[in-house]
Design a protein around this ligand. Structure first.
Ligand code: SF4
Length: 336
């Protein structure tokens, strides 16, 4: 348990948390929407500090990040809890445990041990992932600062509901982020997720403006987020920020409380075409084995990075450029 960051004390022992856009006002003894932050005696505490529910070594491609240190490994950690409650969550056993099971599980894994473990396993970065890192922000922040001091990079995999204050606080230590832009319809966000689209877009803009390497994922869920209007809206929004931002359109599989059939691949291919027409230069298909995984030069079409699943079999990017036509390829690369 650790006192929270970014909250304010109000009258009558109430507090308001400013970590995510819910900005929960929490009465004494109560919890925030994420169920892992509690007001005890007018002080807000994180109940998951240094309590890791998962730690794995993942390829960076699994985040997914395709233009950030491709081919590297990332030491990946999570606690329980989430500020969203998506019915199609692919990690609900972790994210929804405090709400569904009324349990906060996890093993002691303090920041210095996480950094040591990442270095020992030759990882190039630490990823705060599997559930929303904002809800374990103090843990991620302390770890990220120590990771930077040790020469490691830091990666968030986020639903993008951080407040601008949170983005500003973590930006000096955060090198890359994949944000889930889950829908492009405020009604869908409100009905299925309990969040608001304009606030997500505000966060994405803040992340982009902070200079953090940004990739975006959209899970195409049949009958929820698969409309042409939503796909087009998302593509145009991303392109308006910067056409170099990679967009991962990802295939849904039945999970948690949602039981529609998997997304037909022709809808993902349609999303790819819509993204291209909107001007996006790098679009990838997620959860589709052997298709839509390679990176091509947007200018001359040369194959730059060949992937199969999460593994990189070839990386031809040289000095951040296409070796065929010399065009700069947006991203953060280890060395070339
Ligand atoms: S992090 Fe949790 S407590 Fe804080 S505003 Fe978000 S949901 Fe509420």
């Amino acid at each position: 348990m650790k006192e929270a960051m970014l909250y304010e004390k109000l009258e009558n022992l109430q507090v308001r948390c400013h970590l995510c856009q819910h900005r929960c006002t929490i009465s004494e003894g109560h919890y925030g929407i994420c169920a892992v932050r509690q007001n005890r005696g007018g002080v807000l505490y994180s109940l998951v500090y240094a309590k890791a529910i998962a730690s794995h070594i993942d390829p960076i491609e699994k985040k997914p990040l395709f233009h950030f240190q491709p081919g590297s490994t990332s030491f990946s950690i999570a606690t329980v809890g989430c500020n969203f409650h998506c019915p199609f969550c692919q990690n609900s056993d972790i994210s929804q445990m405090p709400r569904d099971m009324k349990e906060i599980a996890g093993q002691d894994f303090p920041p210095e041990s996480v950094v040591r473990a990442a270095l020992r396993r030759d990882c190039q970065s630490i990823s705060y992932t599997y559930t929303e890192p904002t809800v374990y922000f103090e843990y991620a922040y302390d770890t990220a600062r120590q990771a930077h001091a040790a020469g490691l990079k830091n990666v968030f995999v986020s639903n993008g509901y951080m407040t601008p204050e949170t983005v500003k606080t973590v930006a000096p230590y955060l090198d890359a982020i994949n944000v889930d832009l889950k829908a492009f319809d405020d009604d869908v966000y409100r009905k299925y997720i309990g969040a608001e689209l304009p606030k997500i877009l505000q966060s994405i803009e803040a992340i982009y403006e902070a200079g953090i390497w940004l990739e975006i994922t959209t899970l195409i869920v049949p009958s929820v987020t698969d409309t042409e209007a939503q796909i087009q809206g998302a593509a145009e929004f991303i392109a308006s920020l910067n056409p170099n931002i990679p967009w991962h359109v990802s295939r849904y599989h039945p999970s948690y409380k949602f039981n529609a059939p998997p997304t037909p691949t022709n809808i993902l291919k349609k999303a790819y075409e819509i993204g291209k027409a909107a001007g996006l230069r790098y679009i990838y298909l997620g959860n589709v084995w052997g298709e839509g995984e390679n990176t091509y030069c947007w200018k001359c079409g040369a194959l730059l990075i060949a992937r199969l699943g999460f593994s990189v079999s070839q990386n031809r990017i040289f000095n951040n450029c296409c070796p065929e036509c010399g065009e700069q390829i947006a991203g953060r690369y280890l060395s070339s």
